[in-house]
Design a protein around this ligand. Structure first.
Ligand code: BEZ
Length: 219
């Protein structure tokens, strides 16, 4: 069920919230989010409709780069407000026409339950189709990053993978990623929080500093 706040406004999950649990029918059988992809990251993404051009390019992108998500300990989970029959027909059609097989579960959200729960249905963009959303969910089932794209602009797979890897490396090393960071680039060390830490940073020659509050290091 969607969440309604005290002002009677539908609320959407935000970064830092626990991912709302749900049961759904998918092209790989029934799933419950809380049991899905245990100890792994999940990239859950919606597309507006099966058998449409931009969506076909995007889903093909997820399919052809699935190995890169697997290497990042991540399961893919698609969704649209279409039936299982439509999903199966589309998956088979794309495989026949292009050789690309959508080998990950795609939710058939025909009752719009999951779309509403995750704010994927944005009525001023479309009342019947989910927008192009991407939810990055960590192994503790916490939402860590959300992207929303409109119906007429496809997403960027390099950016989705870059953001996923940035989150994972940030978690592992307790660092932050600067503008346009990509794997192998220097990362930002946390700025000092006390005068003692500030003085230590000023005298620290192990990192590249613009000033004490902006310092980078290689991992
Ligand atoms: C598309 O994927 O091409 C598309 C889907 C819904 C609305 C507009 C475009």
């Amino acid at each position: 069920m969607e969440t309604i706040n005290e002002n009677n406004i539908t609320t959407m999950p935000r970064i830092g919230d626990m991912a709302p649990d749900f049961k759904a029918k998918t092209t790989k059988g029934d799933i419950q989010l809380s049991d899905f992809a245990k100890d792994k990251w999940i990239v859950m993404f919606s597309h507006p409709a099966d058998f449409t051009p931009v969506c076909t390019t995007e889903m093909s992108g997820f399919a052809t780069r699935k190995g890169e998500f697997t290497a990042l300990n991540t399961e893919l989970l698609g969704l649209s407000i279409d039936s299982i029959h439509a999903h199966l027909g589309w998956v088979n059609n794309v495989r026949e026409k292009t050789g690309v097989y959508f080998d990950f579960p795609i939710i058939a959200d025909i009752d719009m339950k999951v779309s509403k729960l995750y704010g994927m249905l944005q009525p001023n963009e479309s009342e019947t189709a989910a927008v192009r959303a991407v939810f990055f969910i960590d192994p503790k089932k916490k939402i860590r990053l959300i992207m929303y794209y409109p119906l007429n602009v496809g997403r960027n797979m390099d950016e989705i993978l870059r953001a996923l890897e940035a989150l994972q490396i940030s978690d592992k090393h307790g660092v932050a990623m600067p503008l346009d960071w990509k794997k192998g680039d220097k990362v930002i060390v946390p700025p000092p929080k006390t005068l003692d830490e500030m003085n230590a940073r000023i005298n620290d020659d192990t990192c590249e500093k613009v000033d004490f509050y902006l310092a980078k290091k290689s991992l």
